[in-house]
Design a protein around this ligand. Structure first.
Ligand SMILES: C[S@@+](CC[C@H](N)C(=O)[O-])C[C@H]1O[C@@H](n2cnc3c(N)ncnc32)[C@H](O)[C@@H]1O
Length: 242
């Protein structure tokens, strides 16, 4: 990994591919986990939950650090996921072997795709990392609160939540004025005070809750700006700070 640039080095290389709708190069979730030391080169045994993992562009990278479960309500997601992973086999960096004998595995770590609404399921497993990219802005305020409580309850002690999602700020940049002003009913605007309040009763640190300007990519808008919430929460070990 490139310590100097604080960038996570991906194990797949799909540069220039956009047939899976979102470019492989524009999810910043792994960089964020790496930056916060939730993952590092020596770790390979975590239990990881990715909410809204869709076709698996982040899940395949998360898989390097442990077993990964995706929950996504999109019915097309699983089909794309299988196609994407089948293709990824040919783009893996050395030392990694991706197989599919009933379930997907990267070396010894397993990747399971559950085509379900995260709010409908009763989670029994405890996770080291619960994360999402470009998902939480789809939840209305009360549902987001319910989701965050659910995540907290199934985090291990010392476990982390890392969520990056579209904020209440729309970037106005040259060439994107119409885009920025367009109302998009998929986007719920979550304010910092509300987000902080959702964590106020939990034993843990909301270490980072900030905006970052990023460039995203999709095949319609190509590269375009967003201002995203970066939310990072660490549950205390032994239930308290010390
Ligand atoms: C904009 S896409 C982001 C996909 C992926 N994280 C990425 O960056 O490529 C949002 C995803 O969240 C999923 N999603 C939305 N609400 C959900 C819910 N309640 N439970 C599970 N998945 C959900 C959608 O189906 C969709 O795949």
């Amino acid at each position: 990994m490139d310590e100097k640039n604080n960038k996570y080095q991906k194990i797949t290389n799909f540069t220039g591919e956009d047939k899976f709708s979102f470019s492989r190069e524009h999810s910043l979730l792994l960089d964020f986990l790496y930056e916060n030391k939730a993952i590092n080169e020596t770790i390979n045994n975590l239990k990881i939950l990715e909410i809204g993992g869709f076709y698996g562009r982040d899940a395949i990278e998360l898989l390097r650090y442990g077993d990964v479960t995706i929950f996504d309500i999109d019915t097309k997601g699983k089909e794309m996921f299988d196609k994407f992973l089948t293709e990824a086999i040919n783009f893996l960096n050395k030392d990694y072997k991706l197989t599919n004998n009933q379930n997907w595995k990267l070396n010894d770590n397993s990747l399971v795709y559950e085509n379900k609404d995260i709010l409908d399921i009763n989670l029994k497993v405890r996770y080291d990392i619960i994360c999402s990219y470009n998902v939480l802005h789809r939840f209305k305020k009360e549902k987001l609160k319910t989701l965050i409580i659910k995540c907290f309850n199934c985090l291990k002690e010392g476990g982390v939540m890392a969520h990056i999602f579209v904020s209440d700020i729309r970037p106005i940049e040259k060439g994107f004025e119409n885009e920025s002003n367009k109302s998009n009913n998929k986007i719920q605007k979550h304010e910092k005070a509300d987000l902080k309040a959702s964590f106020s009763n939990f034993n843990g640190n909301l270490e980072i809750l900030e905006y970052r300007h990023i460039l995203e990519y999709d095949s319609v808008r190509l590269v375009h700006p967003h201002v995203m919430w970066y939310l990072y929460f660490k549950k205390y070990e032994n239930g308290n700070k010390n």
